[in-house]
Design a protein around this ligand. Structure first.
Ligand code: UT7
Length: 328
């Protein structure tokens, strides 16, 4: 596959202040720090304040990424927000962020691909930039999943959390490029990870609220197995398309859903620990935000340098999955 001449010019992220530990969760549901740690790898997660919505988190991450790219809000051409926890069904969170930034010349939209939201946004924005219609794009994965968690369901409330990760993309004339990507979907598994009510299928009623049908419902076991297989498959496909092997890759940044899923990918790729980025212990599963946040942390920590070949991969509700190989 031909590489796309687009580079990630800068990154930014925002994590809300409030920390919720496994010990705190022991007081909310029937769980233990030991169970959460061994089954998921999560120790703490961040929760947005009551008056903070997804667009506020996205805005904070976007500000940092734009400052680092030295691009003013007026100069932004395209804003894509990957999210499944928008402030409202509409207007899109992209439009809300555009307004908060004062990015009045940008076209803005949302992508609903659950945990693959950052990757889907990256690929769509890259293709639009490559077409020559835009000179930059701001992509943001942002979630306030705490608003969609059933705090009585111990199987999900220990996993999901809040945060935002943003990147500025620009056309590239040099070495930095999106070497290859692979995206996929399988709607037949939609029922295994969803928010059942609140849409046109089952609009909000007193009953849907009482039955907690406006919160995330997940068949964790089913998703786990597919996640492991799909991440292996999609990552292998992207490497083949890019014409690289694992030895060429200096860092893999997987979606942070469960340390056991990440470890299974690492073992499959036969990579040492230092080549697979993990921050799930601090932030839990922030869905579309997780890769954007991890990419920013890895960049700020100097783990990724210009010219490095890195791999991204994710899977999530829909189902959706994807991967990308990037010459950073
Ligand atoms: O972001 C993309 C989408 N989501 C995912 O990637 C999630 C994928 N799935 C997973 O990560 C795992 O399936 C979970 C972490 C959700 C669950 O781990 P598991 O090892 O698959 O556990 P399980 O669902 O098979 O449950 C094992 C036991 C059950 O008890 P019994 O039936 O064996 O008595 C659960 O009731 O663990 C129990 N359990 C808990 N116990 C303590 C479930 N949640 C908890 C909890 N604390 N929080």
């Amino acid at each position: 596959m031909a590489a796309i001449n687009v580079m990630i010019k800068s990154t930014g992220s925002y994590l809300p202040e409030k920390v919720l530990s496994n010990k705190d969760l022991e007081n909310i549901v029937d769980t233990t720090d030991e169970w959460i740690t061994t089954r998921t790898g999560i120790k703490t997660r961040r929760l947005a304040a009551e008056d903070e919505a997804t667009s506020d988190l996205a805005f904070e991450a976007a500000k940092v990424a734009l400052q680092r790219a030295e691009i003013s809000p007026e100069e932004v051409d395209l804003i894509i927000v990957g999210t499944i926890s928008p402030d409202n069904f509409f207007p899109s969170t992209g439009c809300l962020v555009q307004n908060k930034l004062g990015a009045k010349n940008a076209v803005a939209m949302d992508i609903n691909a659950a945990c693959s939201g950052y990757l889907f946004s990256l690929v769509i924005a890259s293709r639009l930039l490559d077409g020559g219609n835009y000179k930059n794009a701001l992509i943001i994965g942002a979630e306030k999943l705490s608003s969609f968690v059933n705090w009585e369901d111990r199987a999900t409330c220990v996993l999901f959390a809040d945060g935002a990760g943003a990147s500025v993309l620009v056309p590239s004339n040099g070495e930095s490029r999106l070497l290859a990507f692979d995206l996929g979907s399988d709607g037949s598994y939609g029922k295994d990870l969803l928010v059942p009510a609140g849409g046109s299928r089952q609009p909000a009623t007193i009953e849907t609220v009482e039955q907690k049908l406006h919160s995330i419902v997940m068949n964790g076991n089913a998703i786990f197995k597919i996640a492991v297989n799909k991440m292996r498959e999609t990552f292998t496909k992207s490497m083949e398309k890019a014409g690289v092997t694992v030895d060429d890759i200096s860092l893999v940044i997987p979606h942070q859903a469960n340390l056991r899923i990440i470890e299974s990918l690492r073992n499959f790729l036969k990579l040492p620990k230092e080549k697979v980025f993990v921050n799930i212990e601090k932030y839990g599963n922030t869905s579309a935000a997780s890769i954007g946040i991890a990419l920013d942390e890895a960049h700020q920590q100097g783990i990724i340098k210009r010219g490095d070949i890195i791999g991204l991969t994710a899977f999530g509700g829909g189902l959706t999955w994807g991967s990308a190989i990037i010459k950073f």
